[in-house]
Design a protein around this ligand. Structure first.
Ligand code: NAD
Ligand code: UDP
Length: 332
């Protein structure tokens, strides 16, 4: 199939594109605003066509769909900071909801019937039980989670109406970097825990702040399910296979059913880097549920997903290799 990867120059997108190119199953075209890398594109796979533009721009999308005629779309474009979404909800609804609407309109207009959508654990809010199964109650606690839930609902409605089938891949905490060490996580400004902790080990920050130590968790800090970005990437290829074989619209949680607290992640980073990594206690961050741990069983049984990075140390080692060789992200 020819697959248009919207957001393919981002952190997860660049890993997805690499797995797709290396598996040689599909032809890939990347569409991206290059917002996350401030225009840098050295990390995009050689030979993969790149269309630079905004998915909210209808004329641009029309041109890209007419020229490349994709059979399927992987839609990863979004703003993704929970605290920023609390401060700037309209920007989040604009990019994450209107952006998805525009992609679906272009798919409808061009007879493109398959979409793999980057969704998130954030749409569950504080779960009633863990590990969280895909059909658990949806109760987002941030505008970011609301936008992803809205986008899922929009995609669901397109199956009966237009025959567009979608797979929602709800990533829990994406982390780590490619084992080759040349692509990895470089959000700017960075808000995610592991890269921020590694910036302390690199001497770029004095300490890491622990947001909230009074949660109802074993050590009082939030617990998350950290999934390696390459394991997330293989799930996209499996989701495309599922859709190509006629699979119906469905949702899958991608996590290891194993949670780590903020304090445990910092401790693992100390072990991997050999740096003391000072930590200071700080107030809770808005929109953070105490525990988010996924049941990935449905993805394993239906998509055939087999995550390979099964310890937090293995994951952090890959992130550290990237951070040491790219202390300024793709700017160096
Ligand atoms: P990222 O910021 O590195 O990548 C997103 C890419 O989309 C960027 O390259 C950006 O330039 C592009 N983009 C954003 N808006 C665009 C637009 N309107 N038009 C064109 N390009 C646009 O983020 P990421 O961590 O790779 O996340 C990718 C997707 O996964 C997002 O949809 C995010 O919500 C979702 N997700 C991420 C995580 C995580 O832990 N990183 C967890 C759950 C879900
Ligand atoms: N966190 C923290 N200090 C930081 C950044 C994050 O304590 O500087 C916490 C955050 O409150 C959450 C966890 O680490 O409980 C994971 O946050 P991250 O932003 O990496 O991912 P999220 O769970 O929001 O998707």
């Amino acid at each position: 199939m020819k697959v248009l990867v919207c957001g393919g120059a981002g952190y997860i997108g660049s890993h997805v594109v690499r797995e797709m190119v290396r598996s040689s199953q599909h032809k890939v075209v990347v569409l991206d605003l290059l917002a996350a890398t401030h225009g840098h594109k050295s990390h995009i796979e050689t030979g993969v066509p790149l269309e630079v533009g905004d998915v909210r721009d209808e004329a641009f999308l029309e041109r890209v769909f007419s020229e490349h005629k994709p059979d399927a779309v992987i839609h990863m474009c979004a703003w993704l900071s929970v605290p920023e979404s609390v401060r700037e909800p309209l920007a989040y609804f604009d990019n994450n909801v209107v952006g998805t609407l525009r992609v679906l309109q272009a798919m409808k207009n061009h007879g493109c019937k398959q979409i793999v959508f980057s969704s998130t654990a954030a749409l569950f809010g504080t779960p009633e039980s863990t590990p969280i199964k895909p059909d658990a109650r949806k109760a987002p606690e941030s505008p970011y989670g609301d936008t992803k839930f809205a986008a899922e609902l929009m995609i669901n409605a397109c199956e009966t109406a237009y025959g567009i089938r979608g797979v929602h891949l709800r990533y829990f905490n994406a982390c780590g970097a490619h084992v080759d060490g040349d692509i990895g996580e470089t959000h700017d400004p960075e808000t995610h825990l592991i890269p921020l902790v590694l910036q302390v080990a690199l001497g770029q920050r004095d300490h890491i702040k622990i947001f909230g130590t009074d949660y109802a968790t074993p050590d009082g800090t939030c617990v998350r399910d950290y999934v390696h970005v390459t394991d997330l990437s293989t799930a996209h290829i499996q989701a495309l296979d599922y859709l190509e074989k006629g699979g119906k619209t469905d949702a899958f949680n991608l996590g290891l059913a194993d949670g780590f607290s903020v304090k445990e992640v910092i401790e693992s980073c100390r072990k991997v880097t050999g740096h003391p990594i000072p930590a200071v206690l700080a107030p809770r961050r808005e929109g953070d549920p105490p525990i988010l741990v996924a049941s990935g069983e449905k993805a394993k049984s239906i998509l055939g997903w087999k995550p390979q990075f099964d310890t937090i140390e293995k994951i952090i080692e890959t992130a550290w290799k990237f951070h040491v060789s790219h202390p300024k992200g793709y700017k160096c």
